[in-house]
Design a protein around this ligand. Structure first.
Ligand code: SF4
Ligand code: SF4
Ligand code: FES
Length: 242
C-alpha cells in the first residue's frame, strides 16, 4: 500500500472534531502524531502520556474507532490510504479535556470489586511482618500470575459494550483483578471479594463477547477471569460455602 505523504488527523476537541495536517514519518506512532500537533501546531491540545514504551498505560485513546495504546500503535497499522486518522478520548469514561479521559470511575470499580490485597491473618489495611513465599512454578502461583500484569490502562473497559449500556457494571479490569486475588493463596479477602463481584453489576452481567481479551495490549484474558469468577460462585453456592 502506498504510504501517504501527510496525515489528515481529526481530533476530538470536546464539542467537535478539529482537523490537522501532519507530515507522515517512518516508524511514526500515533502518540508521535498527537505530540506533533501539540508542540508544532496547537499547544492548547490536551492529552496524556508518560513512559512512551508501553509500560504505564496512560496514553490510551480511541484511534479510528478502537481503543489502543497510542505509543505502541504505529500509524501505518491503522491509517488508510487516504492518510485519515480519527482520535477520540477513551470511550465509557468522562472526559477531562480533548483526548484526556478521567479514569476515576474505572479505579473506583477496582475498589468496589475489592481489588486490594488483604493479607491472611491480618486486620484489613494492616501490613504483616512478612509474606508467605509462593514458589514461581507452583500451580497456585501460575493461576495468580495469569492476570497480574494489568497496568490499568482502561483499554478493555473502553471496549466493553456492557459498560457502555450499564455504567454501574464493574467491567473487565476490576474483575480481572478480583480473580487474581481470589487465586492468590496469601489473600484472606476471598469471601468479601466474591460477594462484591456477585451482584447485578458484577460477573453475571458479562456477555462473554471477549472484546476485552481481544484488545488488551498486555495479552491478558479478563473474559476468562470473569468466567472463573462465575464458576467459583456457582461451586461455592452449590457446596454451601456461601
Ligand atoms: S467479555 Fe464481558 S467484560 Fe469483556 S468486553 Fe465482553 S462483556 Fe465486557
Ligand atoms: S486488562 Fe489489559 S486492557 Fe484492561 S486495563 Fe489491564 S492491561 Fe489494560
Ligand atoms: S505512554 Fe506509557 S504506555 Fe503509552
Amino acid at each position: 500500500m502506498a504510504e501517504p505523504a501527510s496525515l489528515k488527523v481529526s481530533v476530538w476537541r470536546g464539542d467537535a472534531f478539529q482537523r490537522y495536517e501532519v507530515p507522515a514519518g517512518t516508524n511514526q506512532t500515533v502518540l508521535d502524531v498527537v505530540t506533533h500537533i501539540q508542540r508544532e501546531i496547537d499547544p492548547s491540545l490536551a492529552y496524556r502520556f508518560a513512559c512512551r514504551v508501553g509500560m504505564c498505560g496512560s496514553c490510551a485513546m480511541t484511534v479510528n474507532g478502537r481503543a489502543r495504546w497510542t505509543c505502541r500503535t504505529h500509524v501505518k497499522r491503522v491509517v488508510g490510504e487516504d492518510g485519515a486518522l480519527e482520535l477520540r478520548p477513551l470511550a465509557n469514561l468522562p472526559v477531562i479535556r480533548d483526548l484526556a479521559a478521567d479514569l476515576t470511575p474505572f479505579f473506583e470499580k477496582w475498589q468496589r470489586a475489592r481489588g486490594t490485597f488483604q493479607p491472611k491473618d491480618a486486620a484489613e489495611g494492616a501490613v504483616p511482618e512478612d509474606f508467605a513465599v509462593v514458589p514461581p512454578a507452583s500451580k497456585a502461583r501460575r493461576e495468580a500470575d495469569a492476570g497480574i500484569e494489568c497496568i490499568g490502562c482502561g483499554v478493555c473497559y473502553a471496549s466493553c459494550d456492557v459498560v457502555a449500556w450499564n455504567s454501574d457494571y464493574l467491567g473487565p479490569a476490576a474483575m480481572n483483578r478480583a480473580w487474581t486475588l481470589v487465586n492468590d493463596v496469601r489473600d484472606g479477602g476471598r469471601a468479601e471479594r466474591l460477594d462484591a463481584v456477585a451482584g447485578d453489576a458484577g460477573c453475571h452481567s458479562c456477555h462473554s463477547t471477549q472484546s476485552c481479551t481481544e484488545r488488551c495490549p498486555k495479552n491478558l484474558d479478563p473474559s476468562s477471569a470473569i468466567a472463573g469468577l462465575k464458576r467459583t460462585l456457582f461451586w461455592d453456592t452449590l457446596l454451601g460455602r456461601r
